[in-house]
Design a protein around this ligand. Structure first.
Ligand code: C2E
Ligand code: MG
Ligand code: MG
Length: 686
């Protein structure tokens, strides 16, 4: 089977047509054809179907080859056009070729016809493919121009092509500004150096690179250029780029946020521990290397936060963070662990003297009060210090020990520091065993009450007792409340404990009242904890205890400390009102050591202020604490409250208190807290 060939034949002579077709068949073509003799029928056939070739006689009676060629060209169809003629001269042939005919053959010499047809068909094919390719290139170019990414093509380091986005990216307007220029025009000396030393090798080796560069715009400003570089087989470098400055910044922000505290902007626990691990490693390698961890905790932050509001609390933390930063060196790290806890890592120190020095500076700076939203706030900090040695292998151990030392510092005095020592750890462990014992103690009723007499200072008569709890520990002996009340509060066992105390104290008082005539007017004072004031269970317990003992509410005084009042003021007011409605008196314990109750003292159904022992202790003739006590007394007078002075140990103190007009008091001068039997013997029978 020959190659199929569809011919549109312009010919009037049948013989000539046959001759021509025969030649083609001989050339191994499988023919189909249409013969036309006039322009209209040619025109009609031309568009009716697709033809492989047009073969045209030069001259026909009513038609000719030039006219036909003209029609083909008008139509825009690319099809081989071969002219055949008997007698045409050279000039005509050249004219035809110039006009666009593809070849010219003489009738007498048609032997070349198959070959010519084949060649022309191939050429048409090639032309079609090229046109197709041109279309694709045009489309691609349009796409490149429309791209929002900057695209550039470089040959031997200079720009061959840049799209609009690339120009925009670098702040140029016309392609000519970059075409023919080297890429180095767009980068700083430093960046060029980096690209030439770090990036070029990779590009050459991998034929591709993806990364960031710092690029310089035409106006000199810079941005982060994210770029993908590809080298083509022809050694063209294609760069696709965009401005990723925002993205970079967002990424950096995310990393920063993960490692820093929102409120103060200080490094957070994660970052601190990372740095601490480094120090631990360094210390294990280099025995001369020393570091220290300082654990800092604001004293009474909760009181400030609760009384002045969280906005003030937050601002205070920020200001403290600033102060701390100002005391450390560049190589140190200050971090906020959370709440009011900060830690400092002092790196590469000479010895404990440096740490002492820095700690003292921090404490000294705390003495200057801060003014926040019009409030003058005095803060103080307790600092626990651990010296880093090669013995430490875990960051958590260092933090724990620094925390223990801080706890000890806080107990010693506010605004002080303490170095950790192994004894503290032992003490801490003791506290832990105490904690376990405490649970048992409740079950086994190891608690008991002592009673401290309270007197009318003016006529030195007994007015009542304060019930104070003790723990008869099986091995430690008598344990005092300052040791276990904090444990009871932490473990939430305080409510059970106080429920027991309330009941026990009421029973005792009721029993004394029936047994001893002179006790009929005495009152019993019972201490409560903040947690007691948080539920109505307290009221149920009070009612049950009063009912069981038969004691009247007006024989009972409850003592609450100032800071308890501010936990949840609404609820507190509500619960206190219920207590009051049972004729029970309410006394504010340790008055003067908190901040806040002045703000709403007048809102609370309070009867009594207990002046804290710390003021009474310092009550000497010319001491300024006279002023404090004086102020408290003036205040209680104004609010029509009675006052009880705590901790009267010396006659001078009693003297002074009387002078200042304090009506009631208790203290070792009169009596220590005593077991019931001794109270009976010393105060009730005589
Ligand atoms: P507080 O209510 O302020 O009790 C007064 C504390 O001062 C008592 O300490 C008492 O023994 C002591 N004291 C009294 N006079 C003097 C004195 O002249 N000199 C000295 N140095 N101290 C004196 P205590 O018994 O160790 O109680 C400590 C705190 O434990 C109490 O302070 C109270 O806040 C709390 N507490 C005691 N019993 C209970 C209780 O049953 N429940 C609750 N929630 N807390 C209690
Ligand atoms: Mg008390
Ligand atoms: Mg007190």
């Amino acid at each position: 089977m020959g190659e199929p060939l569809k011919i549109l034949l312009i010919e009037d002579s049948e013989d000539d047509a046959q001759l021509l077709l025969r030649e083609l068949r001989r050339g191994d073509f499988e023919l189909s054809w249409q013969q036309v003799q006039t322009a209209p029928s040619f025109q009609e056939q031309l568009v009716k179907q697709t033809w492989d070739v047009i073969i045209s006689d030069y001259r026909l009676p009513r038609f000719d080859a030039p006219t036909a060629l003209d029609i083909v060209q008008q139509s825009g169809i690319d099809i081989p056009f071969i002219v055949i003629s008997g007698t045409v001269g050279e000039r005509l042939a050249v004219d035809m070729m110039k006009a666009g005919a593809h070849d010219y053959l003489l009738k007498g010499n048609l032997i070349r016809l198959p070959e010519v047809v084949r060649r022309e068909m191939r050429d048409v094919q090639i032309r079609a493919e090229r046109r197709q390719a041109e279309v694709v290139i045009k489309q691609q170019l349009a796409a490149m121009e429309a791209s929002i990414d900057g695209i550039a093509i470089l040959k031997e380091e200079t720009y061959l092509y840049v799209n609009q986005a690339y120009l925009r990216l670098f702040g140029y307007e016309r392609p000519e500004e970059l075409l023919g220029e080297t890429w180095k025009l767009l980068y700083s000396e430093e960046e060029i150096h980096r690209l030439e030393t770090e990036v070029r090798d990779i590009v050459e080796k991998d034929r591709a690179w993806l990364g960031d560069m710092t690029a310089t715009r035409k106006d000199g400003t810079t941005f982060i250029q994210g770029a993908s570089l590809t080298v083509t087989d022809e050694d063209l470098l294609i760069s696709v780029s965009r401005d990723i400055s925002d993205l970079k910044q967002a990424q950096e922000q995310i990393v920063h946020n993960a490692l820093h505290d929102d409120l103060t902007g200080l490094p957070n626990r994660v970052l601190f521990l990372e740095r601490l691990e480094l120090a631990i490693n360094q210390a294990s390698r280099d025995e001369n290397y020393r570091y220290a961890v300082l654990f800092l905790d604001l004293d009474r932050f909760k009181v400030i936060n609760d009384s002045l509001g969280h906005a003030v609390g937050d601002q205070l933390l920020r200001e403290i963070a600033e102060r701390l930063k100002s005391h450390i060196r560049k190589i140190d790290l200050v971090s906020r662990l959370g709440g009011d806890e900060f830690v400092i890592l002092l790196d590469k120190i000479d010895g404990p003297e440096t740490v002492t020095h820095i700690s003292e500076r921090i404490l000294e700076s705390c003495k200057t009060p801060l003014t926040i939203e019009g409030h003058k706030i005095f803060t103080s900090i307790s600092i626990g210090i651990v010296m880093g040695t090669g013995d430490y292998h875990q960051a958590s151990d260092l933090l724990r020990n620094a925390d223990i030392a801080m706890y000890r510092a806080k107990k010693k005095a506010h605004n002080s520091y303490k170095f950790f020592n192994a004894m503290m750890h032992t003490h801490m462990l003791n506290r832990l065993t105490l904690e376990t014992d405490f649970h048992k103690a409740l079950e086994q009723e190891e608690f008991l009450l002592h009673y401290q007499p309270v007197f009318d200072l003016f006529n030195e008569t007994l007015v009542g007792f304060e019930a104070l709890i003790r723990w008869q520990h099986p091995t430690h002996g008598l344990v005092f409340p300052n040791i276990f009340i904090p444990i009871a509060e932490e473990t939430k066992l305080i409510r059970r404990l106080d429920k027991w105390v309330f009941n026990q104290a009421c029973q005792q008082m009721a029993s004394w009242k029936t047994t001893f005539k002179k006790s009929s007017d005495l009152k019993i004072s019972i201490n409560l904890s903040a947690q007691d004031l948080q539920t109505h269970e307290l009221i149920e317990n009070i009612d049950a205890s009063l009912a069981r003992s038969g004691l009247d509410g007006n024989s009972v005084i409850v003592e609450i400390t100032e800071s308890m009042l501010i936990e949840d003021i609404e609820k507190t007011v509500d619960i206190l009102a219920q207590i009051e409605s049972r004729k029970i008196q309410i006394s504010i314990d340790d008055f003067g050591t908190g901040y806040s109750s002045l703000n709403y003292l007048h809102r609370l159904p309070v009867d009594n202020l207990k002046i804290d022992r710390s003021f009474v202790t310092q009550l000497q003739a010319e001491n300024r604490n006279c002023q404090v006590v004086n102020t408290i007394l003036a205040l209680s007078n104004q609010l029509e409250l009675t006052s009880v002075a705590e901790g009267i140990e010396r006659p001078q103190q009693l003297q002074k208190l009387k002078q200042l007009g304090c009506r009631f008091g208790q203290g070792y001068l009169f009596s220590k807290p005593l077991p019931p039997k001794e109270i009976e013997a010393n105060f009730l029978t005589r």
